[in-house]
Structures are given as structure tokens and as C-alpha cells.
Design a protein around this ligand. Structure first.
Ligand code: NAD
Ligand code: ZN
Length: 274
């Protein structure tokens, strides 16, 4: 699990991607509010496996050793009935993220905070890398692995990793099972986070990025459709094609770290001179 070496960012962009970068930079010049919707591909350059991509830890078409699909294992009913089974997979996911550092893509999004009125990140990732990079406005719609809470009482704690936790870990106050503050399959999203997202969407964004997500969830696609309805530009950064690829204004097939590094270098080359 190694983040790309700096020289890996120097890869040649295809002509199409180079044109895409140029178009994004032009639009960024006029932007005051920017939204980045991110998924597992955002952290792929930090060495964290994606969900559905190549080398994915949790391919949904492959049954787990317990004979269940990963969606079943990471679901609320499974957690209620067999918390140790769900926890064994949560631990695998945590192990896959452990030691990962923000990559150049996370850094660029965090640097953007100082250059625009408002930059928001809507992420499906539970690895905490946007926050670690220093992004100020992160809506982690699926929660985060490092915050644990009791399933019965108000006990909450933060952990750096899951090493040494019991199977399943229990509350020091009431002995009930602990769980991470992540959204399991079959659970609703945090209404406070959704409200915050809606407030920001209502204020509007001048540019919306979709980065490293297979764009399967409605609430992940909605901000792009919202922007399109308002005549605002949308950009997808993903080496693969998704349901959004033909709908966005700019499609860039370079990796997130490479594309964002190039966009930002070109933006900064222009920025101080006007
Ligand atoms: P996904 O795995 O379904 O899709 C990942 C997407 O990223 C794919 O379309 C792939 O083509 C693209 N991708 C791969 N490498 C890339 C790169 N270097 N740059 C840009 N794009 C790249 O991920 P999803 O859409 O986020 O859905 C996965 C679900 O699993 C989410 O709900 C998320 O909570 C969870 N998950 C989280 C993490 C994490 O926290 N890092 C990792 C895996 C899964
Ligand atoms: Zn408790």
C-alpha cells in the first residue's frame, strides 16, 4: 500500500484529458463556490483499495468466507444478529486504510479552500483522508471508521486504528457492543448531514466535480444533476466510464491525483497575475 511516488504524477496526459484540464481551469477562474463529490477512487492513489474496482477488497459479486455477500455482511440486520461477523469485515476495511496518507488529489482539494469563497467535499469515503488533508468543509455522508459509539448508551470514542480491539469491542460503561460511526447497508443517512448538503446545494455551486465514484447512489448523482439544471459545469475524473460520463461537461480519464495536480498547477500559474 504505497501512495504514488511524486514522479508518478508526471505521467503524460492524453490529448483529450489535456483539453479537459484546460476547460476545467477556464471554468475555475470564474468559480466562487466549488463542490467535489468523491468516492473510493479518490483514495486509490493513497493505496486504499476501491470497492468495485480492480483489486477491490470487497467485490460484491464475490461471496465472503461466511457465504454472505459483502452487502449482507455490512448490513444493519447482520450487525444486530452477528456483530462479530460484521466487525471482522470492518476490521479488514480498516486494515486496508491503515497507514494511508492523503494523496496529491486530497491536498489539492484542501488547498482550494484558500482560493475560493467556499469549497465543499461530499465524500462516500470512510477513511478520513479529506479531513487529514485539512479540507474544511467535509460532509462524510457514510461516516468515518475512526469514531466508535456504543449501541446502547451515549459512550463515544475515537481510535487511530482497530488493532487490539475485542471481537466485537464492547462499551467500557455498559458492556453493549460498540460500532463505528459508519452507515451500514440498510441504514438511513444522517439527517443532519443531508440537511447541510441541501443547504449548500440550494446556495448553488459554480463547478461540481465527481471524482473516483461509480456514481451508483442517487444522493451522489443528485448534486451533479442539480448543477446541470442550473447551467453550471460538471466534471468527472475517473479512468473508467460511469452512468455520469456521458452527461458531464468535462470527462477526464486520468487518475484523481494526476488530474487534480495538473488542474491546480495550471490554475495557480494563472491565478496571481490577474
Ligand atoms: P467504487 O469502488 O464503487 O468505485 C470506485 C470508482 O473509482 C470506480 O468507478 C473506479 O473506476 C474509480 N477509480 C479507481 N481508481 C481511481 C483513481 N486513481 N482516480 C479516480 N478514479 C478512480 O466506489 P464508490 O463509488 O465510492 O462506492 C463505494 C462504497 O464503498 C462507498 O459507499 C464507500 O463508503 C465505500 N468504500 C470506501 C472506501 C474508502 O473510504 N476509501 C473504499 C472502498 C469503499
Ligand atoms: Zn454503552
Amino acid at each position: 500500500m504505497h501512495p504514488p511516488r511524486p514522479e508518478d504524477l508526471a505521467v503524460e496526459l492524453s490529448e483529450e484529458d489535456a483539453r479537459g484540464v484546460e476547460r476545467v481551469v477556464q471554468r475555475l477562474r470564474r468559480a466562487r463556490r466549488v463542490l467535489a463529490v468523491t468516492g473510493a477512487g479518490m483514495s486509490a492513489d493513497s493505496g486504499v483499495p476501491t470497492y468495485r474496482g480492480v483489486g477491490g477488497l470487497y467485490r460484491s459479486d464475490r461471496p465472503t468466507p461466511h457465504g454472505f455477500s459483502i452487502e449482507e455482511v455490512l448490513s444493519a440486520p447482520m450487525f444486530d444478529a452477528h456483530p462479530d461477523v460484521t466487525w471482522s469485515y470492518l476490521k479488514e476495511i480498516e486494515r486496508a486504510c491503515r497507514g494511508a496518507r492523503p494523496n496529491r488529489g486530497h491536498e489539492v482539494l484542501a488547498e482550494m479552500d484558500d482560493y475560493f469563497d467556499s469549497v465543499w467535499i461530499l465524500t462516500q469515503n470512510v477513511d478520513g483522508l479529506h479531513q487529514a488533508a485539512g479540507s474544511r468543509n467535509v460532509i462524510d455522508v457514510h461516516g468515518g471508521l475512526h469514531a466508535l459509539r456504543c449501541t446502547r448508551c451515549d459512550f463515544r470514542t475515537r481510535v487511530d486504528h482497530y488493532e487490539g480491539l475485542d471481537d466485537p469491542p464492547r462499551c467500557p460503561t455498559c458492556e453493549a457492543v460498540l460500532r463505528p460511526d459508519v452507515v451500514l447497508f440498510g441504514e438511513s443517512l444522517d439527517p443532519d448531514k443531508i440537511r447541510l448538503l441541501q443547504i449548500q446545494l440550494t446556495k448553488g455551486f459554480d463547478l461540481v466535480f465527481s471524482i473516483g465514484t461509480s456514481s451508483l447512489f442517487d444522493y451522489i448523482v443528485a448534486p451533479l444533476r442539480f448543477a446541470q439544471a442550473a447551467g453550471k459545469p460538471t466534471v468527472e475524473i475517473n479512468p473508467d466510464f460511469t452512468a455520469m460520463s456521458d452527461l458531464v461537461d468535462v470527462k477526464i480519464r486520468a487518475r484523481a491525483a494526476v488530474a487534480l495536480d495538473r488542474i491546480w498547477a495550471d490554475h495557480l500559474a494563472w491565478w496571481p497575475h490577474t
